[in-house]
Design a protein around this ligand. Structure first.
Ligand SMILES: [Zn+2]
Length: 144
């Protein structure tokens, strides 16, 4: 957030006040010129909707994604924290610019991201989230 007086991008929050449950007002002080200005933060009220294989629609939840990544990587040494991985998957999902995404979209992107880090995590995630029911499927996936 750039200072409206001098354009400096660093400021500190001197006061925060909730306006409603989804909105917050922050009083900021510029670290360069010391002047104060006010910003408003509002929760995105138009979240992505996830449609699963049974056509059930539910709002996208990063917590759920984080849990599934945590599960798939519990036996793997990762270079990045799970939350960061989930967040980069979320960013890629937002980049699709679709209001409605499918669970397949999530799985596909999660696999792409996990593949860069660990094929083991990728495999565990794959078996958890697809209809893969036998070793042939897994082998086909690994040879892809
Ligand atoms: Zn300033």
């Amino acid at each position: 957030m750039k200072c409206i007086f001098c354009g400096n991008s660093e400021s500190k929050v001197v006061d925060s006040r909730y306006l409603k449950d989804t909105s917050i007002r922050r009083r900021r002080e510029c670290l360069s010129c010391g002047k104060r200005f006010t910003t408003y933060e509002t929760v995105e009220t138009n979240p992505m909707v996830v449609t699963n294989v049974d056509n059930v629609r539910e709002p996208f939840k990063i917590e759920k994604l984080t849990e599934s990544i945590k599960y798939a990587t519990y036996c793997v040494d990762l270079a990045r924290p799970v939350e960061e991985i989930a967040s980069s998957i979320e960013t890629k999902l937002f980049a699709l610019q679709k209001q409605e995404i499918s669970t397949q979209d999530i799985v596909r992107i999660a696999l792409d991201v996990l593949m860069e880090m660990s094929s083991m995590a990728c495999l565990v995630y794959y078996t958890q989230h697809t209809n893969c029911s036998n070793f042939e499927d897994v082998r086909r996936f690994l040879n892809r």
